[in-house]
Design a protein around this ligand. Structure first.
Ligand SMILES: [Zn+2]
Length: 251
């Protein structure tokens, strides 16, 4: 049972329980006689224990490339797919899986040029990449005294972001662009990229600081959140809202 099913079941149970007001209305004749302490006693009844953190939903892997693959996987797998995709075009690549990256997720080296190409990846689901992100990336490009950069996203770019990219030699690849590049690869290469996407626990987010998988934890309210599994060991406080991960992601 997926965690959303669990939450759905809890909500269903809540909806099915008669509201106290309704109960009082149907028992109108007892209203005057009912001692107030009964009501207080029922309010003071201990709440049932909350269920253990639900198992996160694991989307079934696609058999061929489509936009759904980007929705199924977490940010680290997306970066790995981008790196493998660019490496397939004959570039040597280097990346780091976590920690401060200085705005560069992947370094690409071509045998035809002394100058590396830097890549930034944004695994966003619905949020559009704006000109702000492109300007920041341009700043990173200039800080390394480089000419060419690629900005890859699983989402889309705003029109001003695309215009900025075009006038500043930034190769902007959105979801459709990446899928077109992938479609141009051989069947074996496409399968290799698919295997990279669905490697390991692809549906669980990776801590941006530690590079370890995150775990679902109970929040103060009724929500679950993803916390770093290193929290007890290193006090790493990286968190993600549960809704930001998986197929229902809002970002
Ligand atoms: Zn961490």
């Amino acid at each position: 049972m997926g965690w959303r099913d669990v939450i759905g079941a809890v909500l269903d149970a809540t909806a099915a329980a008669p509201a106290p007001q309704a109960r009082r209305t149907t028992a109108e004749s007892h209203k005057a006689a009912a001692p107030a302490s009964d009501a207080r006693a029922s309010l003071a009844r201990p709440r049932p224990a909350r269920p253990a953190p639900p198992e996160p939903e694991r989307p079934a892997p696609e058999r061929a490339w489509s936009a759904a693959v980007f929705d199924h996987i977490e940010w680290r797998r997306f970066e790995a797919v981008c790196e493998a995709l660019f490496a397939q075009s004959g570039m040597r690549s280097a990346s780091q899986s976590h920690g401060a990256d200085g705005g560069v997720d992947i370094w690409l080296y071509s045998q035809h040029s002394d100058e590396p190409v830097i890549v930034q990846c944004k695994h966003w689901k619905k949020r559009v990449v704006g000109v702000k992100e492109l300007r920041e990336f341009y700043g990173v490009l200039k800080s390394h005294d480089l000419t060419y950069g690629t900005f890859a996203t699983s989402s889309t770019f705003s029109s001003d972001a695309l215009a900025f990219a075009k006038s500043n030699r930034i190769n902007a690849q959105d979801r459709e662009g990446l899928l077109r590049l992938i479609a141009g690869r051989s069947a074996e290469q496409q399968q290799a990229l698919l295997d990279t996407a669905y490697e390991g626990e692809y549906w669980k987010p990776t801590c941006v600081k530690c590079g370890v998988k995150m775990v679902l934890r109970e929040g103060k309210g009724s929500e679950w959140f993803w916390g770093c599994s290193n929290f007890a060991k290193t006090r790493c406080r990286s968190i993600l809202k549960a809704a930001q991960v998986g197929t229902s992601a809002q970002i």
